[in-house]
Design a binder for this molecule. Structure first.
Ligand SMILES: [Zn+2]
Length: 313
């Protein structure tokens, strides 16, 4: 029995893990690797997006508890491990001018406090690969931007024995990726395919909203199509956050597997080369034992970063 590889996916809110990269996580779990999700916040300020639950007494009484149960269910469906980082949702500010962020929220916490919390998880779980959001957060929610900032800071600090000396034994992850599952190119491809087939596309309004969205560089396409159904079940477990009749489920699975059978990622930083046409987040790392040896060399300063496309937020 070979030693598993370890993937840590850092997300802002419970439900983000199920909409961004969930099929890939199920794919790696099925392959025998270890996958852990970190939710930076409890999603306390999320709107209830499911019309069937808007007036639900349990939701009204205690949304955070409800969302913890939803997350536990999604975790079970995906077969992953899960850690709450313990910070409070910043909410999505709306209005003109935008209101200030609420006191004590994740986006306003001092960076060394949030970074130390994530460094602690990295040093304990010892991931070979970490995923997070790009410098735009994927979409401009303050918690998503902060998730990027904190992930970067923790990726850099986790292997530094002088950084956060009370947060565990140093560990250097080898690769950092950004989720690019929700790319404009993918939404466009679905919109065109559905329209061609004479089916109604739920993405017309997205196309309009995203017409100026810049396509990101996709470096890595994980062939996770077999796990799209698992991803949908995990998404539906976040019942307050998902309208089961909404756009998420507007694409028949066979169309999705036909048109876009992968989940896509953008390499941000790596101690091993990112090869053209990469289809595995663990590419270049070998098996778990070899990846552990590489991480030990990176920690000892014997390996250099050979790929760095990080743009600061
Ligand atoms: Zn979110």
């Amino acid at each position: 029995m070979s030693r598993p590889l370890r993937l840590l996916a850092v997300h802002a809110h419970p439900d983000d893990e199920s909409s961004k990269g969930a099929a890939s996580m199920a794919f790696y779990v099925a392959r025998g690797e270890r996958v852990r999700v970190v939710s930076c916040t409890g999603g306390e300020r999320g709107d209830v997006l499911n019309p069937r639950l808007v007036d639900d007494p349990d939701v009204l009484r205690d949304l955070p508890a409800f969302r913890r149960r939803e997350m536990a269910r999604a975790q079970e469906i995906l077969g992953i491990e899960h850690t709450w980082l313990g910070f409070v949702d910043s909410g999505l500010p709306e209005g003109d001018p935008l209101p200030p962020l609420p006191d004590g929220c994740f986006a306003l916490e001092p960076l060394d406090v949030t970074t130390e919390a994530l460094v602690r998880v990295i040093r304990e779980f010892r991931p070979h690969v970490v995923t997070t959001y790009d410098e735009n957060g994927g979409y401009p929610h303050p918690d998503h931007i902060m998730c990027h900032v904190v992930s970067l800071a923790a990726f850099r600090a986790a292997g530094d024995p002088e950084a956060f000396p009370h947060a565990g034994e140093p560990w250097q992850p080898l690769k950092l990726y950004y989720n690019q599952t929700l790319s404009a190119a993918r939404v466009r491809a679905f919109h065109e395919e559905l329209t061609d087939r004479g089916l109604e596309s739920p993405f017309a309004s997205w196309m309009e909203r995203w017409k100026d969205r810049v396509d990101r560089t996709t470096t890595t396409r994980v062939p996770a199509g077999e796990y799209f159904e698992t991803r949908n079940r995990a998404l539906l477990a976040h019942a307050t956050q998902i309208d089961p009749d909404g756009a998420w489920f507007g694409i028949p699975l066979e169309v999705e597997r036909d048109v876009w059978p992968t989940e896509d990622f953008e390499a941000a930083c790596s101690y091993v080369p990112i090869v053209e046409g990469e289809n595995d987040l663990f590419g270049g790392l070998g098996d778990g034992q070899q990846a552990d040896a590489l991480a030990a060399r990176a920690l000892a300063g014997e390996l250099d970063i050979v790929y760095d496309e990080i743009k600061e937020a």
